[in-house]
Design a binder for this molecule. Sequence first.
Ligand code: C2E
Ligand code: CA
Ligand code: CA
Length: 705
Amino acid sequence: MSSKLPLRDALTPRLLCVESDQRYRDVIQADSPAEVFAVFDETRYQGLVSAKQAALFPGRIFADLVVLRQARPLDEETDLETAIARLQEVKDDFLPVQDKAGGFLGAVSRASLFAALSAAEHRLNEERASLIQRLEVELENRRIATAVFDATSEGIMVTDAQTHIILVNRAFSATTGYALDEVIGKTPHLLASGHHDRDFYTAMWHTIQDTGGWSGEIWNRRKNGETYPEWLHINAIRDDSGKITHYVGVFSDISQHKEVQKRLHDLAYHDALTHLPNRQLFYDRLEQTIAHARREQGGFTLLVLDLDRFKVINDTQGHGFGDRLLTEAARRLQNLVRASDTVARWGGDEFTLILHETTEDWEAAVAARKIVHAFQAPLHVDGQDVHLSASVGITRFPLDGENAEALVSHADAAMYAAKKEGGGRYSFFSPELNRRLTERLRVENALRTSLAAPPGEGGLHLAWQPQVRLADGAIIGVEVLARWRHPELGDIPPARFIPVAEESGLIMELGRWVLEEAARHAMRLCGRIEPGRFRISVNVSPRQMGHETMEDLVSIIERQGLRAECVELEITESALMSEKHSAEDALRKLGAQGVHFAVDDFGTGYSNLAYLKRFAVHRLKIDQAFVRDMVEDEADRQIVTAIVSMGHALGLKVIAEGVETEAQRRLLLELGCDEGQGFLFARPMPFDAFAALLAQPPTPSPHAD
Ligand code: C2E
Ligand code: CA
Ligand code: CA
């Protein structure tokens, strides 16, 4: 600070400029006491004469008083320290000061330097004092601000332009759990809950930059890990030049508010008795579900359920009892559906359900049946068992209605139809579908019963259809076909029960049964079954092709004492193609154990040749559709020709199925087809008939059945 003081400010004010030929006595003036005299000869500076020195010789002219070896003047730029050092050095009281051009400026003395320093210091002190005063005022203001800052219930956070936190208030700490010293210097990211993605924050900061502020709901995380919603308002603070200097965030914790809101919502949208969504909320959800299904081009199911006999019970047992019964019914209903499904109380003893993403008709039927069954068990109320049943009406979106009203009223109509038939059942809105599904379900139930029945009592049995060498008619194999004569429903063709078995999953059990039964019977053909010369072909459904079941098949065969080499599995082309790798592995393992594969219905699928090599297929079975018309239809004949030559090129045997006429047999033989199966040779027959046929010596043109 001292070195910055210019020497000009330190010049002694009590300097008198005199001519060199003047005498002290002539110039002395009482009212302007000089300390020092600067002596000039004309305009040239000669030297300094102190007042003390001049006073000693009052009669002398100043020229005589100027000593010969005058001290070199100080440059006006000289700093204070140097000036003082020079004064001490010259052992004089004064030193002249000159300007840059060498002109005389004045003189400095220790006293003048000190005075200047003191003056400077004083000035500085004064400045500091006023600064402190100003600061105090500011601090005071700030204290007031801080008091407000801390008293407010809103959380406040101030950051610098780089979003580093510089100040937070008490409410901030109360809400977030962080004290000021824990957050200072950190960024608000510290509070991020993970509820919002990067895009959310990017958009928020964009808005702040563009508009100067942002407000909205945001989820943050407290120090204890809990997340909470807050209403946040952020302001960017700019200086006069428009540059952002600070951000101020003001927020309020709205979790309690939300809680209250939620409770209000719950009250408004839920049934007070069962706590299920009420009609209003159900409609909302239904509209949402419809919108979603439209977007995704999906479907869903709507059920209307009515408790049968409820009115009677309510009237006889009292309303309190009725209420508890409804509560129990609601609980049971909720336990029957997925958590994501919606169960609502429509009013009275009527409930509505949305089953999401049920696209198959049978899925809807299965769900409805489950509910109807569950309500056949009694409900426990006040220590009593109450028997009532439920009637369910089913509508599917978009099939049975395109909007909420239509879906509900149609489901209602379906429910009344179920009630009219005696209750304790369900009904689809569409009568045609209703009939089909009821029928399907009857077949499924009957099949389940038949599979569980003791051997021979369920009506399931096998038909055996020989496969012959076209050239000489020798029987080289047999296809085993499932047959079902139900005790009440009569003969049911495989085309009807196989698809039902596949859809219901019963195909696993049925497939196992067929293979077991086939292997057991085949053992009775002992001696005739020579590996490589005769095979038993069994159909395998694509649904059976899970890894486990396929491996199971070999153990089933071998448990009956039959060798795996004697068995061929007929698999459709599409099944081979579409199944996952696990099935591929299983097929390869089965192949390694000696099991053969035939591709059934060949020509109707994808006709991709790669899989023929991959799965060690042994035989192609030309679909009967091509055989049927091949004599008349040129195109079919060409397809058969192509399949035969392709099969042979791959080293496979080719068999034609559905051979019914001699003309077909001759043509197939001509085209090079190896084997045939069909009514021309034999119809599917009981095992004993087949065993007898096999026992006969081969004839050139065999006919059977
Ligand atoms: P598929 O595997 O193509 O079986 C051949 C079908 O053609 C059999 O019908 C058979 O009776 C019939 N057929 C045989 N020769 C002739 C003929 O000369 N002319 C005509 N028009 N038809 C003939 P079926 O027994 O009714 O079986 C129908 C389908 O049911 C089978 O077709 C097969 O896909 C399935 N299936 C039958 N049994 C089983 C089984 O045990 N398991 C599995 N997964 N499916 C089976
Ligand atoms: Ca077959
Ligand atoms: Ca076939």
